[in-house]
Design a binder for this molecule. Structure first.
Ligand code: TPP
Length: 315
């Protein structure tokens, strides 16, 4: 049992170490542009991705580095992508918010809030016809739940019993606006009933809980039972984007969040179960060493050639 949890810890530390490195590289200069980190939300991609099959199609948002890593995209070409290098997963064209790695079942980030959900329906529909057994997983935030595109996607998926799992990462903020200021009914999972699909609110800071529910939803989808909505409760430990002054936070909020964030919580659980501290700390060191090496290798790689800027463009 602690083997499983140590594996979760490593997977979460890989994401956290990647994100902290990205934050440093953004401050130093090699990474430019808008960057949205998922620090604090690592348990959701870690729990969900492990139960996906290779043919399944994952659609993330601009806060998608963790989903890509959990889906198996290697760190070095990801760093390279963020640094605009030719060796990046998209040759440096996608950057932090728009990269894609279809060969790993990662069908992209998307900076248009809610726009991934209808595309996921398309992937699910295609899977029905190509016989691949594919399930599409659409990830979005609580703010995106109020977008028309997400409403349409959920209704369409339910009406046609499409194999889609809708994963809402409810971090309680849409950019700088608290969810409580935007909706009257805070339980977003309850909306599933209106579409005629199952909806569950789950602890998104517990990878095991996420895995349990995603596995279940995938099984329902593969058996023709249609979509499921999973509202994963979580919190981000960082701003909406790098540079966010976070003036909207309540006094003491970050301290409270730090006590229940997924890595600290799992660490405390492992210690309580008698796993030696050095074994637990070694996991963090291993993840940080991997990410330091990957970032350095990416930094040493040549920048993308501006002469190729018009390649892969279609009009
Ligand atoms: C269609 C659209 N409207 C507005 C924006 C501006 N915008 C960028 S992120 C964001 C908030 C999204 O919040 P949420 O869906 O909760 O995701 P989170 O950032 O919390 O992960 C908004 C409104 C956008 N990118 N796209």
């Amino acid at each position: 049992m602690s083997e499983r949890r140590l594996a979760d810890l490593l997977a979460m530390w890989r994401i956290r170490a990647f994100e902290e490195k990205v934050r440093d590289l953004r401050a130093e200069g090699p990474i430019v542009g808008s960057v949205h980190l998922c620090v604090g939300q690592e348990a959701i991609p870690v729990g969900a991705c492990e139960v996906l099959e290779p043919q399944d199609a994952l659609f993330a948002t601009y806060r998608g580095h963790g989903w890509a890593l959990a889906r198996g995209v290697p760190a070095e070409p990801l760093f390279a992508e963020l640094m605009g290098r030719a060796s990046g997963v998209n040759g440096g064209r996608g950057g932090s918010a728009y990269f894609t790695a279809a060969e790993y079942g990662f069908h992209g980030e998307n900076s248009i809030v809610g726009a991934g959900a209808p595309i996921a329906c398309g992937a699910a529909l295609a899977g029905r016809y190509d016989g691949s057994g594919r399930v599409a997983v659409s990830v979005f935030g609580d703010g995106a739940m109020n977008q028309g595109a997400v409403h349409e996607a959920m209704n369409f998926a339910a009406a046609f019993s499409l194999p889609v799992v809708f994963v809402c990462e409810n971090n309680r903020y849409s950019e700088l606006t608290p969810i409580a200021d935007m909706v009257r009914s805070p339980r977003l999972a309850d909306r599933a009933a209106a579409y005629g699909m199952p909806g569950h609110r789950i602890d998104g800071n517990d990878a095991e809980a996420v895995r349990f529910h995603v596995r279940d939803a995938l099984e329902v989808a593969r058996e023709g039972g249609g979509p499921t909505l999973l509202e994963c409760m979580t919190e981000r430990l960082v701003g909406h984007y790098i540079g966010d002054a976070e003036t909207y936070r309540q006094p003491g909020e970050l301290e409270r969040i730090r006590r229940r964030e997924p890595i600290a919580r799992l660490r405390a659980g492992l210690l309580a179960d008698g796993v030696p501290e050095r074994e637990i700390d070694a996991v963090e060191r291993r993840a940080r060493a991997e990410m330091d090496a990957a970032a350095e290798a990416a930094r040493q790689s040549p920048p993308a050639d501006p002469a190729t800027a018009m390649e892969h463009l279609y009009a």
